[in-house]
Design a protein around this ligand. Sequence first.
Ligand code: NAD
Length: 275
Amino acid sequence: TSVPRIQLNDGNSIPQLGFGVFKVDLNETERIVTDALDVGYRHFDTARIYGNEQGVGRAIANAGVPREELFVTTKIWNDDHGTQSAFDAFDASLERLGLDYVDLYLIHWPTPAQDRYVETWRALEAIRESGRARSIGVSNFLVPHLERLLDETAVVPAIDQIELHPAHQQPATAAFAAEHGIAVEAWGPLGQGKYPLLELPEIVGPAEAHGTSPAQVVLRWHLQRGYIVFPKTTSRARMQQNFDVFDFELGDDEMQAITELERERRGGSHPDAVN
Ligand code: NAD
């Protein structure tokens, strides 16, 4: 299987399908990421707050996959906003990953109450300049937060990683991102099991028609919409299943019916409420 790549606004590109490790216990991470590498995943999404960067790093170190074939993302946590604290947090993440660069470094949440994301973004600009993060971006940034960065800083984020699935499509943020060449990563792409997405007839119908699972249909919807996804699972069978989404295509009517599932069903926190 060859995973398509999405072109970023800084000249780099990212595999459109990856593997996320939110809530993967550190003790299990090396085994799970090793399985994912074995299945064929080359793009991994972690964060300092997940507490498992070391496990991701160990799996990568043992896999023997050439570094340039991998795409590794990590994120700066809310208590590391600022200039020097961002530099220190970045160094510590690289150290835990055992890498000399990451492919993507993200501000995890805007934490508007701290009012420091502009300063933190400038620190990320300097980190990118150093070559130790190939691309930089943000996560959970809504239109007002993106607008401030565009107004007050030099580099347009390459990525905005936001909660996005058929029942919560964030049309305003997605449209703004598209307008400004910011690629969208969909976190919680399967709805994190918080909303019965995988049981809806609009999903189950196409799954039966194409001989796939409902999860594969949802992932296909994301891919055909142009979003970057990294579904999480600890089961090797589901890893394989989530990776096998390139040999069928949803028709326009199927896509349309799934797009009409928008219900503004946010599963996580509102970005303005996170500090
Ligand atoms: P997800 O939508 O990927 O859901 C994961 C859950 O779906 C798993 O626990 C599993 O039970 C189930 N699942 C996975 N594959 C399945 C399959 N084939 N069939 C049926 N069920 C299946 O949610 P997520 O893990 O929260 O999101 C994916 C990734 O996004 C995370 O691992 C993390 O990397 C990232 N993320 C980022 C943020 C952020 O604030 N930036 C927040 C949450 C998650």
